[in-house]
Write a protein that binds this ligand. Structure first.
Ligand SMILES: Nc1ncnc2c1ncn2[C@@H]1O[C@H](COP(=O)(O)OP(=O)(O)OP(=O)(O)O)[C@@H](O)[C@H]1O
Ligand SMILES: [Mg+2]
Length: 556
């Protein structure tokens, strides 16, 4: 097989040689002057004129001696086709994949496809002003973006250019946006919890650092809210966050930024924004830029949480690019390598072995489903790539059960081993209890007579359901979850009316945090409930229950 690059290099080298040998510039200068003078003599006899020309030639000669002549070679391509953010170029003999190409309007492009005659380039800016026949220069450089601590608290585009008004970013380094994911040997099992701040997730589908958990649901079912709450929940933790917005409306991005700022987490978050009218290349590159920035923190041995909001739009952007580049469409018109694209991205989320720094990247990709259909091409791909999924249900959402997590269809495959003992000891049977309640409740709704034990099951289930509800952007810390689930599973909520459960929970938390700060601190530090702590918890809960019942009876 012919090595195309080296063959072309050889042709260029011989061409350069030939040019140098035959060049006027290579002719000895004196020879050139004499020759010129002779020609002038032949044509013009006037001595005055001759000396003037001689002077001029000497001047030129001096100037030429002072100037260094070099022959430059550039890989140049011609625009054959341009439009919709993609260009097809001919020429460019030595260009490589992912190489940057400069267009005459100052915009850069990245080579996405190569074949023998053409290179397909995706534009990283506007295609306005580029015309067919324009020359484009290969730069010999691959696309790299700024990474570093300087990006924390900043809003940038997928190329790392600031979009906020906080000035230029002086990054610690630049990195290529593609990197091979860590191999098996460098990885460690997921064994440290990552609190999402959402009770139902932390209790029933717990997440671990280094896990990839898919958030899926129909349009407007609270997907972004869950992911943002997970970021807000890192306010007092050591986890750095990256939020990648793919093709999101400016209004959604503004409200996201407001939420992060109000929650005091913007300073430890990098926000990467690509809008719906950005070139498709930027929308396609956004998640890779996000993970590249997260990898910088990973390499410092830190834990990072990255949210991709959302990968449906990412897949659509890639489909758009691929169709424009006339690649053959596959299932649902997506190109065949879309699975590889997402697998390559999500494999970069990992938990590293302590010998390799011990850092982690936890990924929360989001995917939008149509009418709860999880068998679409992109959702099924992502389910099989990730370590579990949180399924949001539109019916639950419309019924007012928020977060609308369908517990029967949600799973966390690795997070269980990362759940801390204090919480694990309390919530073990709850998942089953909740599923059974949902099942039994469906029958009870038709007015069927139910026996005593089923009625009790329904009552408990209703309290559990009510306890698991949560307002948006109000993450519940670990210690508060332990107290609440302890109260529920030790039957302290049985005498509380279902509609009063949220109020009871609020008051209980302020009571315990105020009166039993020593107990709270020891649970926080030991992360296990020992016999002494359990006894103390029973004491404080009995006291609170008595006070609550007295107060509420008084009110009746
Ligand atoms: N736990 C909750 N309690 C009350 N309201 C909620 C809750 N979670 C989400 N919402 C509300 O539901 C609406 C949709 O939420 P969100 O934007 O998170 O949904 P989404 O699934 O990301 O939507 P999209 O598909 O448009 O991205 C918002 O107005 C939000 O405030
Ligand atoms: Mg959303």
């Amino acid at each position: 097989m012919i090595d195309r690059d080296s063959a072309q290099q050889a042709i260029l080298e011989s061409f350069k040689h030939e040019l140098l040998e035959n060049s006027l510039l290579n002719q000895p200068a004196q020879e050139f002057v004499e020759g010129a003078l002779q020609k002038i003599n032949e044509k013009n006899g006037s001595t005055h004129h001759r000396s003037k020309v001689k002077q001029l030639l000497h001047k030129l000669l001096k100037y030429s001696d002072a100037t260094k002549h070099e022959v430059y070679f550039q890989s140049v391509g011609t625009v054959q086709h341009i439009g919709n953010g993609v260009a097809t170029l001919s020429g460019l003999p030595t260009v490589r994949l992912e190489e940057l190409v400069n267009f005459p309007n100052g915009v850069q492009g990245m080579v996405l496809n190569l074949d023998r005659r053409h290179a397909d380039v995706i534009l990283l800016g506007s295609d306005q002003g580029i015309r067919g026949g324009d020359l484009a220069l290969a730069t010999g450089k691959r696309l790299s973006i700024p990474v570093g601590f300087e990006l924390l608290g900043r809003v940038v585009d997928p190329l790392g250019k600031p979009l906020d008004e906080m000035g230029v970013i002086n990054p610690s380094e630049f990195r290529y946006i593609e990197r091979i994911a860590p191999g098996v040997i460098e990885r460690a099992p997921v064994n440290e919890p990552l609190y999402s701040g959402t009770k139902i997730i932390d209790a029933l589908i717990p997440l671990g650092r280094g896990q990839r958990e898919l958030i899926m649901g129909d349009h407007q079912t609270g997907k972004t809210t869950l992911a943002l709450d997970a970021i807000l929940s890192q306010r007092n933790s050591d986890v750095k966050c990256v939020y990648v917005a793919v093709a999101q409306k400016s209004t959604s991005i503004i409200s996201t930024l407001q939420t992060l700022r109000a929650g005091g987490v913007l300073s430890k978050t990098v926000v990467i924004v690509s809008g719906p009218d950005d070139p498709p290349a930027l929308r396609y590159l956004a998640p890779y830029a996000g993970v590249t920035i997260a990898e910088f923190f990973l390499d410092q041995g830190m834990d990072t949480l990255i949210v991709y909001d959302d990968l449906t739009k990412h897949a659509e952007s890639y489909r758009e690019l691929s169709l424009l580049l006339r690649r053959p469409p596959g299932r649902e018109a997506y190109p065949g390598d879309i699975f590889y694209l997402h697998a390559r991205l999500l494999e970069r989320a990992c938990k590293l072995d302590p010998r390799h720094g011990g850092g982690s990247i936890t990924a929360l990709p989001i995917v939008t489903t149509q009418k709860g259909n999880i068998s679409g091409y992109i959702p099924t791909n992502l389910i099989s790539i990730t370590d579990g999924q949180i399924m949001l249900d539109i019916d639950l959402f419309n019924k007012g059960i928020k977060p609308a997590i369908d517990i029967g269809r949600s799973v966390s495959r690795v997070g269980g081993s990362a759940q801390e003992p204090a919480l694990k000891s309390l919530v073990g049977p709850l998942k089953l209890e909740l599923s059974q309640y949902e099942e039994v409740n469906r029958f009870a709704r038709f007015g069927t007579d139910v026996n005593e034990s089923t009625r009790r099951q329904i009552e408990r289930g209703r309290r559990l359901e009510s306890l698991l509800m949560q307002k948006p952007h109000d993450p519940v810390p670990f210690i508060d979850q332990v107290i609440l689930f302890f109260a529920l599973t030790s039957n302290y909520m049985d005498a509380v009316k279902v509609e009063d459960v949220p109020h009871f929970a609020d008051e209980l938390l302020s009571f315990v945090n105020m009166h039993e700060s020593r107990l709270v601190d020891s649970i926080k530090h030991k992360r296990v409930l020992d016999d002494q702590m359990i006894e103390n918890l029973h004491e404080v809960l009995s006291e609170f229950e008595k006070l609550w019942l007295e107060k509420n009876r008084g009110g009746e």
